[in-house]
Write a protein that binds this ligand. Structure first.
Ligand code: PLP
Length: 405
């Protein structure tokens, strides 16, 4: 199947706008991707047609909204090839999914003196919740380091795992380095020692085909807004056997079975972990985003984004004052860099004035910044809709900025 970039771009009305009178070049999909009309229309259809609160209404509107909401749960299960629909918990994002596990898993399984192994290349969302749990339980965080090329030193992992290790938390794809981590291998090492693994898939799911059963992750988290879907929706995949043993994260709403002043019994999975009125609109629009990803084809998207990555990397390497952070062979469409003598904020601001949306700063990854001894950098990240021509304009913009300095 050939990749029809014009057709793909035409699904995203926002890509045709101008910024400061320049055509928008959106190189910040790793932060949040743009939304196709299919997603916008799904939201509109719900509200024009059949909106109602789910799971609790005894009327047509509530039933229809509930049916669609639950169908999306099955769609998500199929998308990542999970075994059971009950293993798919809707949250408000990857961050909330990790916080849920960090609370509920650690409440049940983490004790004083225990250890959680966290990789050095994690987003803050996959560090801070573990630190909070460790403080609560008087446990300890152990670092799995990466080398200067941005590759995890997984040969160290077997030695870091001790009888006190209760969980390993690792990104599938780093949001700064772009490294695609060998999660299958990490999980296999961990499982040989009966240690469960949480994989942060926020930067992987929009770009790679994920097969949870093959990967055998115990927990896998991601956010809809990085997958061309709405913000405010996320997924926690958890193995049923773990989720069943974990206490609820929050109380109220659909998570109860019976409530009295003497006590409460909890609902079955997945509802035990879903409190209050969920993001009904968001979840239903998320279904449209997944259909859109499936129709475009993840293999085709991955191939296209890889060509963009190779093309941009080759061009950037011709700039002698530029340093790229993250040079793993297995990399997704993320390039973080600095140019000697130019502050990343200045660079980001000047790119913005030329219509190019890039990310600047610590990228919510202070431990990665610390590894390289920097305060921040600039990141460009690609989505299915970016083009080689946009990269050419970006490279020309960099040359112009370097001349200005
Ligand atoms: N994990 C990674 C690797 C990310 O890149 C991000 C967001 O950039 C998150 C977690 C947090 O995602 P969210 O803000 O959607 O909860």
């Amino acid at each position: 199947m050939s990749y029809d970039i014009t057709k793909i771009r035409n699904n995203f009305p926002v890509l045709h706008r101008k910024v400061y009178d320049k055509p928008l070049i959106y190189f910040d999909s790793a932060a949040s991707s743009q939304k196709p009309v299919q997603v916008l229309m799904a939201e509109e259809k719900l509200h024009n047609d059949y909106y109602g609160n789910i799971h609790r209404g005894a009327h047509f509107m509530a039933d229809k909204a509930t049916e669609d909401f639950e169908n999306i749960r099955v769609q998500v299960r199929n998308f990542i090839n999970a075994t059971h629909r009950e293993e798919i918990i809707f949250t408000k994002g990857a961050t909330e999914s990790i916080n849920l596990v960090a609370f509920s898993f650690c409440e049940a399984f983490l004790n004083e003196g225990d250890e959680i192994i966290v990789s050095e290349m994690e987003h803050h969302a996959n560090i801070v919740p573990w630190q909070m749990a460790a403080i609560r339980k008087k446990a300890r965080i152990v670092k799995l380091p990466f080398n200067d090329s941005g590759i995890l030193e997984i040969e160290k992992l077997p030695h870091l795992i001790t009888p006190k290790t209760k969980l390993i938390a690792v990104a599938h794809v780093s949001n700064v380095l772009g490294t695609i981590n060998p999660v299958n291998e990490i999980i296999s090492i961990a499982h040989q020692k009966n240690v469960p693994v949480l994989v942060d898939g926020a930067q992987a799911v929009p770009h790679l085909k994920v097969n949870i059963q093959e990967m055998d992750a115990d927990f896998y988290v991601f956010s809809a807004h990085k997958m061309y879907g709405p913000n405010g929706v996320g997924v926690l995949y958890g193995k049923k056997s773990w989720l069943e043993q974990m206490p609820p994260y929050q109380g109220g709403g659909e998570m109860i079975s019976e409530v009295s002043f003497e006590g409460t019994t909890f609902n079955e999975l997945p509802y035990k972990f879903e409190t209050g009125t969920p993001n009904i609109t968001g979840v239903i629009a998320f279904g449209a985003a997944i259909s859109f990803l499936n129709e475009t084809g993840l293999t085709e998207i991955a191939g296209w984004e890889h060509s963009l990555l190779e093309y941009a990397t080759e061009k950037l390497k011709t700039i002698s004052s530029l340093r790229i952070y993250g040079e793993a062979a297995e990399k997704s469409g993320v390039i973080s860099f600095n140019i000697e003598g130019i502050h990343p904020y200045d660079l980001g601001m000047l790119l913005d004035k030329m219509g190019i949306a890039a990310r600047t700063g610590h990228l919510c990854a202070d431990t990665v910044m610390a590894h390289f001894g920097i305060d921040g950098c600039v990141r460009i990240s690609f989505g299915m809709y970016n083009t080689m021509e946009e990269i050419d304009i970006f490279i020309a913009a960099l040359h112009k900025i370097i001349l200005m300095f």
